[in-house]
Design a protein around this ligand. Structure first.
Ligand SMILES: *[C@@H]1O[C@H](CO)[C@@H](O)[C@H](O)[C@H]1NC(C)=O
Ligand SMILES: *[C@@H]1O[C@H](CO)[C@@H](O)[C@H](O)[C@H]1NC(C)=O
Ligand SMILES: *[C@@H]1O[C@H](CO)[C@@H](O)[C@H](O)[C@H]1NC(C)=O
Length: 441
């Protein structure tokens, strides 16, 4: 992390110096102090991380928003339904990929299927979460979408093509088009990690449009979400904290100083996944694999000069452990369960809660995440899309490296500040490069 960050920082400094010179030469009213001080704020200084001068901003790429779209083919190669599984944001990611694939194959898109994980105990499909008519309207010209299949096909079940387990690079045209042409109607589960940079631009544009410019919550969900947003004291930071027993168990990390009840909950969730020990645990942690505890999160927030009286909305699921580690330092923390009426909350499904967190987080003044999961990627990109730049991912890796170096107290805070200052200045992680382009400021 430290080694890697040297080069961008150097470039950033050279860049900022030349920018500075340009400003000095062009403007008689240059404020020398405000430009030069932004790189020398100390963790105990007054300036928040957000006042750091940014070098890079991510914006939607021109070829997507302003590009001249390739006309849709006169003849469709068949119908594709995208089948999505997992959490709300994972389903959304798969939907985006599926739309890109449908366009790549010159196919017509049927409304996606949102298969809801059993643990959610609900039956929320695509139309229960997202505004279908808006989706169809926004995809106009990008890909053809139909609500209803033609009669001769609608009686059939689609032929299922599962790409979710496929690894590495493979060609959707080669591997999926033949099934589409043969069966006329297929359902598709996209691959988990497929690079899209080889797609023709019109297919990439369809993906981007679907993901970031065509999904709007249903009216009733949006009403609920805006009520929640309304109830949060302003201005506020939306904090996506992940420290639930299952995710800690899954991480295979071990923690010291947790309460007995947290330890029990983690043990119960472990199953076969034993935590790493000794040198392996060290390496694992240094690679940034271990979730930050609420306590560690509070320390990093302080290192970033986020005032302890900041209004914080906890964008998190139920079952966060050790939350006192945060709330004992940051005293203005609010949660969904406290802001929504009890009845509302208990009858609410997992999908709905995830949608609320998403909505609040793309409308908050600032957003920080202790993790880089599907929700975080989606929220960061949507914030970039909307021109909200106060987005930051707390570095688990830097935290581990610095604490292993034996740093603590003010020294640790100072180093944490530097790492995050550079990340923020360079816009690291604040949008996915698939649909967003770097813009030098
Ligand atoms: C899709 O249509 C375009 C022309 O509109 C064509 O160039 C491309 O080869 C077609 N792809 C497939 C998979 O049919
Ligand atoms: C699932 O829903 C049913 C009926 O609404 C309810 O009785 C049951 O307790 C729920 N299960 C869980 C795990 O929430
Ligand atoms: C975190 O926990 C340690 C002890 O477990 C405590 O000394 C420290 O003050 C805590 N830090 C914060 C920010 O709560």
């Amino acid at each position: 992390m430290i080694l890697f960050s040297v080069k961008p920082v150097f470039i950033a400094i050279v860049f900022s110096l030349s920018l500075f010179l340009a400003v000095v030469l062009l403007s008689p009213y240059t404020d020398f102090l405000s430009l030069s001080s932004s790189f020398s704020v100390s963790p105990t200084g007054e300036s928040e991380i957000w006042s750091v001068r940014r070098m890079v901003e991510w914006r939607p790429c021109k070829w997507w928003l302003q590009g001249h779209l390739t006309p849709l083919p006169a003849k469709s190669n068949g119908y594709i339904r995208v089948d999505c599984y997992g959490g709300l944001n994972q389903m959304r990611r798969d939907l985006c990929d599926g739309v890109g694939i449908a366009r790549l194959l010159n196919a017509t898109l049927v409304l996606p299927k949102f298969e809801v994980a059993a643990y959610w105990n609900e039956s929320s499909g695509f139309a229960d979460v997202f505004d279908v008519d808006y989706f169809i309207q926004q995809m106009d010209g990008f890909v053809k979408v139909v609500k209803e299949l033609p009669l001769e096909i609608s009686s059939k079940e689609p032929f299922h093509v599962d790409c979710s387990k496929r690894k590495g690079q493979f060609d959707y045209v080669q591997s999926v088009l033949p099934s589409l042409l043969e069966h006329h109607y297929i359902s598709l589960t996209p691959a988990m990690s497929q690079r899209r940079d080889r797609y023709p631009q019109y297919a990439k544009a369809a993906l981007c449009q679907a993901c970031y410019n065509a999904l709007r919550l249903t009216k009733s969900l949006e009403t609920k979400a805006s009520e929640l947003l309304e109830a949060i004291p302003k201005p506020f930071l939306s904090l996506h904290l992940r420290f639930e027993p299952d995710m800690v168990a899954y991480s295979q990390c071990e923690y010291e100083g947790l309460s007995p009840s947290s330890m029990q909950a983690i043990e119960a969730a472990r199953g076969d996944r034993k935590p790493w020990t000794g040198e392996l645990a060290r390496i694992w942690r240094k690679r940034g694999k271990c979730p930050l505890t609420p306590n560690e999160t509070a320390l990093i927030l302080q290192a970033l000069s986020i005032p302890t009286n900041t209004n914080i909305y906890l964008a998190a699921g139920d079952g966060l452990m050790e939350i006192e580690g945060l709330t004992s330092v940051y005293t203005n923390v609010v949660t969904k369960s406290a802001l929504l009426t009890g009845e509302d909350f208990t009858s609410m499904h997992g999908n709905t809660k995830a949608a609320l967190d998403y909505y609040v987080s793309i409308n908050s003044d600032s957003y920080m995440a202790t993790y880089f999961g599907n929700m975080d990627k989606m929220v960061a990109a949507m914030r970039a899309f909307r021109g909200l730049y106060k987005t930051l991912f707390l570095s688990r890796k830097a935290f581990a490296e610095l604490t292993y170096q034996g740093l603590d107290g003010k020294e640790l805070m100072q180093e944490l500040w530097k790492v995050h200052r550079d990340d923020f200045a360079m816009g690291r992680g604040s949008a996915l490069p698939d649909c967003f382009c770097e813009f030098k400021l």
